[in-house]
Structures are given as structure tokens and as C-alpha cells.
Design a protein around this ligand. Structure first.
Ligand code: IMP
Ligand code: MG
Length: 184
């Protein structure tokens, strides 16, 4: 059961504020622009959590690129990864022979991205790299590391800037730690 006290009141502390996030996003976009010069990459947004990161990152990427979107089911509405990952909305474009950058909000066990990258590799992209805004390496259960990451964070459940708990809190402009009493 989710116990709501008010959008901002439900947040215990702000882990990353808007300015901190934006500063880092700009750095990442600059690095990507250097690494993908002349490659016209496809940025793949993993819905829904990555939407804000994807939008800010690509806006700061000052070169040719294309967008595509996919959805995977893994967490349901709770906090535990259910294991098997299914693509519930697939890409519109063919990625064969293309340079692909998967944009993810957070890497936790690594299970989602481990399975997703395996599925996408079967389509023979020219290259396939992974960028995640947040990384919780302590929780990793699969041998996967991001090619680019924004911030390494401690093992706490965070929401905001696209990240949700039970579908809520995605619209917070910062990344915050959810109060335990909201979900316990
Ligand atoms: P993984 O498969 O365990 O790496 O989980 C990745 C997915 O779990 C992310 O894309 C998020 O949707 C979700 N997730 C993991 N940790 C958090 C968190 O702290 N807050 C919100 N969602 C999370
Ligand atoms: Mg996600």
C-alpha cells in the first residue's frame, strides 16, 4: 500500500538537484558528440523512466542523430525485479548496421539491460552502447557495466526526474529518496 502525504512531503531528502543533474547531462552529451562524430547514432529511450534524461541528453547532443523508443516490462509496479524481461513496445526502426545508444534511467541488478542488450544484439547493430543516468553497482547481479553513466548512487530507492514508485513521482524535477513510510 502506498501512503501519500503530498508530492514533496513524501521525499526524505534530495539526492541530486536540477542544476547538478543538468551539469552532468551536458558533460555526457559533449562526450557522446565526440565519440559519435559522423556516426548519426540512434538514441533509444527505454520508456518510461528515461524520458527526462533522454530529452535533456539529446537536446545537448549537438550533431545529427535519430530517436527511437521501446518499453520493457520488468518491475511491474513494485520494487523487485521479476526476472524475465519482455519488450512490450518495440522499436519502430531497424537498427541493423547502425550505431545505437540505449538510454536508461537507472541500473540496479542489471537484469533488464543484460537481457535487453542481448535481444538487440541479435539485430546486428554496427555498435551498441549503454548510457545510464544512475548506477547502483552494489546491487549488480549480472556481469554488465554501463559505457557511460551520470552518477553512482547508494543502495536507496529514488524517485523523480522520470523515476517512479508505483507510477508516481516521475514529474519531480530532482532525484530524491522516498520516505520509507510511503511504501512500508
Ligand atoms: P534492474 O533490471 O534491476 O537493473 O532494474 C532496472 C529498472 O528498475 C530501472 O529501469 C527502473 O525502472 C527500476 N529501478 C531500479 N532501482 C530503482 C529506484 O531506485 N527507483 C526507481 N526505479 C528503480
Ligand atoms: Mg527503467
Amino acid at each position: 500500500m502506498i501512503k501519500k502525504m503530498g508530492l514533496e512531503k513524501d521525499i526524505d531528502s534530495i539526492l541530486l538537484d536540477q542544476d547538478t543533474i543538468m551539469e552532468r547531462v551536458k558533460e555526457l552529451a559533449l562526450r557522446l558528440a565526440e565519440d559519435y562524430k559522423g556516426k548519426n547514432p540512434i538514441f533509444v529511450c527505454v520508456l518510461k523512466g528515461s524520458i527526462n534524461f533522454f530529452s535533456d541528453l539529446t537536446r545537448e547532443f549537438k550533431d545529427y542523430c535519430e530517436f527511437d523508443f521501446l518499453s520493457v516490462s520488468s518491475y511491474g509496479s513494485g520494487m523487485k525485479n521479476s526476472g524475465r524481461v519482455d519488450i512490450t513496445k518495440d522499436l519502430d526502426m531497424s537498427i541493423t548496421g547502425r550505431h545505437v545508444i540505449i538510454v536508461e534511467d537507472i541500473m540496479d541488478s542489471g537484469n533488464t539491460l543484460n537481457q535487453l542488450t542481448a535481444l538487440l544484439r541479435e539485430r546486428k547493430p554496427e555498435s551498441l552502447k549503454l548510457i545510464t543516468l544512475l548506477d547502483k553497482p552494489e546491487r549488480r547481479e549480472c556481469p554488465i557495466t554501463p559505457d557511460y553513466y551520470g552518477f553512482v548512487i547508494p543502495d536507496k530507492f529514488v524517485v523523480g526526474y522520470g523515476l517512479d514508485y508505483a507510477g508516481t513521482y516521475r514529474n519531480l524535477p530532482y532525484i530524491g529518496v522516498l520516505k520509507r513510510e510511503v511504501y512500508e
